[in-house]
Write a protein that binds this ligand. Structure first.
Ligand SMILES: [Zn+2]
Length: 179
């Protein structure tokens, strides 16, 4: 038994009218970093279609070292594959999108964090680093962190945004900047 059954039925529907997308420059020339929360799917919230933009998701949508590594590799790949298709000095923009009511906000509470660390074996510092209590603050921290990374390509710009779960609106808190 798998709970995938209804989802596989939806996939059957999807495949009926599906047209494959060739590997090319992401149509939106964007890469989105956001939370894994099931209320925050950028395909729905930002209307992304297949082939529009790669998306990296983790708890909180935080800029971790793993995310920085992925972005560095994707910039290299984009340059190798599509570098000659667009302006020579730009590859894509990274949009960091944090959101209100984030489940990682509980991790800002030291007691909750200690319990979570004991129960899961995940180091307390790692849990603390993923906490989004105020998305307007954390998104700024993460945009600055990515811009400051020596691994970030000078052809990649970074912007910061907050998605409000209550209203459905995404607002820009930091305009796109190059390192
Ligand atoms: Zn979240």
């Amino acid at each position: 038994m798998t709970r995938m059954k209804p989802l596989l039925e939806r996939n059957e529907q999807f495949a009926r009218t599906y047209t494959p997308v060739a590997l090319g420059r992401p149509a939106a020339q964007m890469l989105v970093v956001t939370c894994l929360d099931h209320r925050v799917d950028p395909a729905i919230v930002l209307g992304l279609q297949l082939g529009d933009a790669p998306v990296i998701r983790n708890a909180g949508g935080r800029i971790t070292q793993a995310v920085i590594d992925d972005i560095a590799f994707l910039a290299f790949l984009a340059e190798q594959l599509f570098g000659r298709q667009g302006p020579a000095d730009t590859l894509f923009e990274v949009a960091v999108v944090h959101h209100t009511q984030c489940g990682t906000g509980f991790l800002a509470d030291p007691d909750f964090r200690r319990q979570a660390a004991e129960a899961t074996g995940v180091p307390e510092a790692t849990l603390e680093a993923s906490a989004v209590a105020d998305p307007h603050l954390t998104v700024k921290t993460d945009v600055e962190r990515l811009l400051a990374s020596p691994l970030l390509s000078p052809k990649v710009s970074v912007s910061g945004h907050v998605y409000d779960i209550a209203t459905g609106h995404v607002t820009t808190t930091m305009e796109a900047r190059y390192p």
